[in-house]
Design a protein around this ligand. Structure first.
Ligand SMILES: [Zn+2]
Length: 114
């Protein structure tokens, strides 16, 4: 069964967030399995590939609230729209993130000291 917005609905016997007819959106159930707890009502689940019926755990990303989810969409949209005009900005952002994550900035500093 699909919702009007294209999400898969699953009928459950007992679920704190089921609707009046006993249905829960499948991607929320999968997210709950990933977390081993029930999702809070404000927590929001995103489909990474944009396909609302693809509820594999690797396709789901859990946001702490709707605002964080919306912000994520907004940022991605803006990046997509500005690829043509601000490629430089996009290219700069990626190595910056990698430096931070891998600690290569610190390594480079050590090399200079040696
Ligand atoms: Zn989303």
């Amino acid at each position: 069964m699909l919702t009007v917005s294209g999400y898969v609905l699953i009928r459950t016997q007992k679920h704190p967030h089921a609707n009046a007819k006993g249905y829960v959106r499948e991607h929320r159930l999968i997210a709950e399995q990933m977390l081993s707890r029930y999702l809070r009502p404000e927590e929001d689940v995103h489909h990474i590939n944009g396909i609302k019926t693809d509820n594999r755990s690797e396709n789901l990303k859990i946001f702490k609230n709707r605002a964080a989810h919306t912000a994520f969409h907004f940022c991605r949209k803006e990046t997509n729209e500005t690829v043509g005009t601000s490629t430089e900005q996009v290219n700069k952002a990626v190595p910056g993130e990698r430096d931070g994550e891998n600690g290569t900035v610190a390594l480079a500093g050590q090399l200079i000291l040696i």
